[in-house]
Design a protein around this ligand. Structure first.
Ligand SMILES: [Zn+2]
Length: 395
């Protein structure tokens, strides 16, 4: 096996970072490098989440991205990535769930940056956290910034990995088992009903917790956490649209692009799930009487029980939660951890009630989910009837 390994002792436990290059040879790297260059030189970069440094390059008086040798790519990746991970784990030892933990990353070529990491749940056990990782992510996050500017933003690496490792510990603690079991049942059910969108609807609902908590954990050291109300409303509009799609292919594409993992904007499951976690944290702040600030526009509100909260959510597109106490954040993570799927939504809607957040400002409620599910299955029933009748059968 073509791999590079780095090991460290963290709190008496042996932690390894293993990077596997079997599927990411010089040829794949060179293709990614060309894609990276083409992407960086586009005047209008879409997405907005990726690192952009063509301007910086020009500011240094350089005109082009000098080729990075493959061997150097491997070396930088191994050195800086493991350094960042070891450091992150030192401050977050809860992710080390066994005496010997190997974090294994298989580098792969992913086209068009459609995703960066995939948690390989089938291969994991308490000693092995396995992921596929897009080579281009390592190139643009670690290798290129260091090669061209001698600078690496370790915070970004850490944020990605706290997210991915939360999936790992979720699985090891069996927190998401319930969702996985339930998801397969829904799949069978939605096939029977010809309501494919039902499957995606539930998938999205479960992802609010499965992706939302990792996203919340990844931002636990940020000075501020945003609540994007435009994103909240758009997420709901998209779910509504989803339940009206009768064709499997349409539902699939719409789900992946507008709702699921290809959506990296504030209307995504990740961000909406994080907003839910943040709301639960605000209730903890209220209960424990630990003040924080809300910043909306040019106004700042301080307190542990901000009475205007619902009004603020109604009249602003973007609200920042600032100076949320670490104790509150850790308590929220601990509380949310064992709550998958429905129980997470229930916990969230109870928090909304206690904080005076009105229906229209909520990300999701159990009642709203029931309405959406009913709508989705009714459309499926109608569609099946139409299909049978059209073919001259009884429906
Ligand atoms: Zn994730």
């Amino acid at each position: 096996m073509d791999k590079i390994e780095r090991f460290a002792n963290i709190g008496g436990k042996k932690v390894g970072v293993i990077l596997i290059f079997d599927s990411y040879k010089e040829r794949q790297f060179k293709q990614d490098f060309e894609e990276f260059k083409a992407y960086q030189q586009k005047s209008n970069l879409e997405g907005g989440k990726d690192l952009k440094f063509y301007k910086q390059l020009k500011a240094k008086g350089l005109r082009d991205f000098k080729p990075i040798p493959y061997a150097l790519f491997r070396e930088y990746t191994a050195n800086f990535f493991s350094k960042s991970l070891f450091n992150a784990l030192k401050f977050n030892p809860q992710f080390i769930v066994s005496d010997e933990l190997n974090i294994q990353i298989k580098l792969i070529k992913v086209k068009n940056r459609s995703y960066y990491f995939e948690f390989m749940d089938q291969q994991c056990d308490p000693e092995n956290a396995c992921f596929d990782g897009a080579g281009i992510w390592f190139l643009q996050t670690i290798v290129a910034p260091f090669f061209y500017f001698q600078h690496i933003d370790y915070k970004i690496i850490e944020r990605y990995f706290l997210h991915e490792l939360t999936h790992f510990t979720d699985q090891m603690k069996k927190y998401v088992m319930f969702d996985a079991k339930y998801a397969s049942k829904i799949k069978t059910f939605s096939k029977k009903k010809s309501a494919y969108c039902l499957n995606y609807l539930y998938n999205s609902i479960f992802n609010l917790r499965e992706e939302g908590l990792p996203d919340f954990v990844a931002r636990k050291d940020s000075p501020r956490i945003d609540i994007n109300m435009v994103g909240v409303h758009l997420y709901n509009q998209n779910l509504e649209k989803l339940t009206r799609l009768t064709k499997k292919a349409d539902a699939e594409v719409f789900y992946e692009k507008q709702i699921g993992w290809e959506n990296l904007t504030p209307s995504s499951e990740y961000v909406n799930g994080r907003v839910m976690c943040t709301t639960i944290a605000l209730l903890i702040a209220k209960t424990e009487k630990i003040p924080y600030q809300l910043v909306a526009g040019n106004k700042t509100y301080t307190g542990y029980d901000i009475k205007e909260l619902d009004n603020i959510l109604s009249s602003n597109k973007l609200i920042y939660v600032v100076n949320l106490d670490k104790r509150v954040i850790y308590a929220a993570i601990k509380l949310i951890g064992p709550k998958p799927g429905y129980r997470f939504i229930k916990m969230y809607q109870d928090a909304c009630t206690a904080l005076g957040i009105s229906e229209r400002n909520r990300v999701m409620t159990l009642r709203r989910l029931a309405v959406l599910a009913k709508q989705a299955s009714q459309i499926g029933i109608n569609e099946r009837k139409r299909r049978l009748n059209k073919g001259g059968f009884v429906g």
